[in-house]
Write a protein that binds this ligand. Structure first.
Ligand code: ADP
Ligand code: MG
Length: 211
């Protein structure tokens, strides 16, 4: 199965958008992960950089958003501001088929007050680095009570940067009923431990791994 249409889950407008983006077929990681992700299951994916992991979770995240509910429904945690910006850019491309979706990035190094102002109307999707997101959760400027999907992107790099505890603290603010998706290029022992703490019966997918 390689055509996005074969998933029988994406609306015609999204299929047309993917075509316009030049995404003519699913990458192997998308073909392996999207059925479970779109079905709402927890998934942990190990696949090398450049394999199309962003769209694998992005299409699932977007499909589960109710645009009429102005409340944060999805959170993507990334290790750095550069990666958060890249993820947000890709999500916005994928969201062209869904015009009313608000996506906000929250990273350190940007003024807190400006972020607080843009949070007066809750975004549907937040893309953030763990430390700054935690600041917002502690000050009550972000609420995750209605979170449906949590994505840990580049989990190995987040571990390397010492974010394990911050991730745990963020997750304490999220409902237990959420879907949790974990993506990593490598699979050190610490990743297995995080998966065990934060995921429920995850499906494991290993594609194009680096050895
Ligand atoms: P990863 O997160 O695995 O490193 P990315 O999500 O950044 O990979 O994707 C790598 C590149 O592949 C990006 O330029 C993206 O636009 C492109 N891409 C993703 N999915 C597809 C697809 N199905 N067809 C063609 N290009 C794709
Ligand atoms: Mg990536």
């Amino acid at each position: 199965m390689t055509a996005f249409a074969d998933l029988n889950a994406l609306p015609a407008a999204q299929l047309a958008n993917l075509n316009e983006l030049g995404y003519l077929a699913m990458t192997p990681v998308q073909a392996a992960a999207l059925p479970a992700i779109l079905a709402g299951k927890d998934v942990r994916v190990q696949a090398k950089t450049g394999s199309g992991k962003t769209a694998a979770f992005g299409l699932g995240v977007l499909q589960h958003i109710d645009a009429s509910q102005f409340i944060t429904q999805s959170l993507v945690l990334c290790p750095t501001r550069e990666l958060a910006d890249q993820v947000a850019k890709e999500l916005r491309r994928l969201a062209r088929a869904m015009p009313n979706i608000k996506i906000l990035t929250l990273c350190g190094g940007q003024p807190f007050g400006v972020q607080r102002d843009s949070l007066q109307h809750a975004p549907h999707i937040i893309v953030a680095t763990p430390g700054r997101l935690l600041d917002h959760l502690e000050k009550g400027t972000v609420k995750l009570d209605a979170l449906q999907t949590l994505v840990l992107d580049e989990a190995d790099r987040m571990l390397d940067m010492g974010f394990a505890e911050a991730i745990d603290d963020v997750i304490r603010h999220a409902p237990a009923s959420r879907q949790t998706l974990l993506f990593s290029a490598t699979w050190p022992a610490g990743i297995a431990a995080i998966s065990k703490r934060v995921q429920r019966d995850p499906q494991s997918i290993e594609i194009d791994t680096v050895d």
